[in-house]
Design a protein around this ligand. Structure first.
Ligand SMILES: *Cc1c(COP(=O)(O)O)cnc(C)c1O
Length: 418
């Protein structure tokens, strides 16, 4: 039998995080396409490729795990590629945007304005006015936003839909990035919430609910449960001051994905059980409300790869360097310069030789004139040559849009949804 009749499908054992992409005839496959063929169809390296099937699968798994009444939102800052947002808009219950630019992408993608919410500090007056015109929900993060929203609703003859983002008096433990608790630029301190709610009522804004977002990239289910529990209790206390019935409690998200050796996948079972218990309580506590969770990274992070071509192979004092045509300019996160304290390697392989038994220790670096431009530091990789394709896994979130693409003037990265 020839190879084309019977492809040998292997799952990579090297890192748990790699196993979502099959290896077919020795080559990594993304969206069912062998990597070298995909590179040819894209027409250039470097590129990001996002796997449609994996995106659908992830949402389906979550839906199956979570209580039916819990609404699932996609926080599109994790991956704002228009085609990805379009796909996600059809799979989730709402899209969370963080700027007028993201709002445009979400609306263009066909997301229902009734199910779009806009959070973020420093919303410009024009952005608030655009939100009212579009009929999307604004997560108010500062009392300053209120008169601007009131003016827009008077001018446009359309009630402004608002929720209040609360800066709670607790933190999300074990979180990669904390976005609540203590002094923060996000949300309104819990102490002044009653006052701001009264203002919302007095100005005639349409109050719909509370938004609490404690942090990001958390792999500890107990910490997420604890934050959701505390958020629920807090929202319940605050609801007593609401100018109208609470329609939803957005309990945030923060679900993390494994990047580094030793990290394990988030256990959804306790989170699901916790949410089920909260959803049950909600029926009597706030009968008109539903629970919302908003996720970015968890929905899209594992479905994407970053692909570069090796343009040079050098040995410097015994250390092998694979110099590739892209690096931190396209993928700041993988270089370790986006929120990491101690740099660790993302999972990396040589995609067109993924199953090769011939291996060597090598560092994958980008083409920039800075030692920060490092994608893999002394990793055990399939032995690579010039022309091979270096692949960074776990690259579907905080990739292209979170990187300084203009730095050193290389061509921008291409993104494809396969
Ligand atoms: C960034 C952000 C998210 C998404 O966070 P992930 O860690 O990618 O899930 C959700 N909500 C708000 C308010 C955010 O700022």
């Amino acid at each position: 039998m020839s190879d084309s009749e019977s492809p040998v499908v292997k799952r990579l054992p090297v890192h748990e995080a790699m196993s979502q992409f099959p290896v077919v005839n020795g080559e990594l496959a993304v969206g069912g396409q062998p990597l070298s063929l995909l590179a040819a169809r894209v027409g250039q390296t470097p590129f990001y490729a996002y796997d449609r099937g994996l995106l659908r699968e992830r949402v389906a798994q979550l839906r199956a795990a979570l209580p039916k009444s819990v609404k699932l939102h996609y926080a599109m800052k994790a991956n704002p590629m228009p085609a990805v947002v379009g796909l996600m808009a059809g799979l989730v219950d709402g899209i969370d945007v963080a700027s007028a630019g993201e709002l445009k992408v979400a609306l263009d993608a066909g997301a229902d304005p009734a199910e779009i919410s806009f959070a973020g500090p420093g919303k410009r007056d024009a952005e608030l006015r655009q939100s009212v015109a579009a009929g999307v929900l604004v997560n108010v993060e500062s009392a300053r936003e209120l008169p601007v929203l009131a003016a827009a609703q008077a001018e446009l003859g359309r009630q402004a839909r608002v929720a209040l983002r609360v800066n709670p008096d607790f933190e999300l433990k074990g979180s990669g990035m904390k976005m609540g608790g203590g002094p923060k630029q996000f949300g309104v301190d819990v102490e002044v919430v009653p006052e701001v709610l009264a203002q919302m009522g007095a100005l005639g804004l349409a109050f719909e609910g509370f938004h609490l977002f404690a942090g990001s990239q958390n792999l500890k289910a107990e910490s997420i449960c604890e934050a959701q529990q505390k958020s629920y209790e807090l929202a319940l206390r605050l609801a007593a001051h609401a100018p109208s019935p609470v329609r939803f409690l957005n309990l945030g998200g923060g679900f993390g994905i494994p990047y580094f050796p030793g990290e394990t996948r988030l256990d959804l079972a306790p989170i699901s059980a916790n949410l089920a218990q909260l959803a049950e309580r909600l029926k009597t506590d706030l009968p008109e409300a539903s629970i919302v969770i908003e996720l970015g990274r968890y929905l899209v992070g594992e479905a994407g790869v970053y692909v570069t071509r090796i343009v040079d192979k050098k040995v410097s004092r015994g250390q092998v360097y694979l110099v590739s045509d892209g690096g931190l300019n396209h993928h700041l996160s993988a270089s370790g310069n986006f929120g990491q304290v101690l740099r660790k390697n993302y999972p990396v392989t040589i995609g067109n030789k993924a199953a090769s038994a011939e291996r060597e220790q090598a560092s994958v670096v980008g083409p920039l004139c800075t030692p920060l431009d490092l994608l893999a530091d002394k990793m055990d990789l399939p032995r690579a040559e010039i022309g091979d394709l270096a692949v960074v896994f776990q690259s579907g979130a905080y990739g292209a849009s979170a990187s300084p693409q203009a730095f050193l003037g290389h061509a921008p990265v291409v993104e494809v949804l396969v």
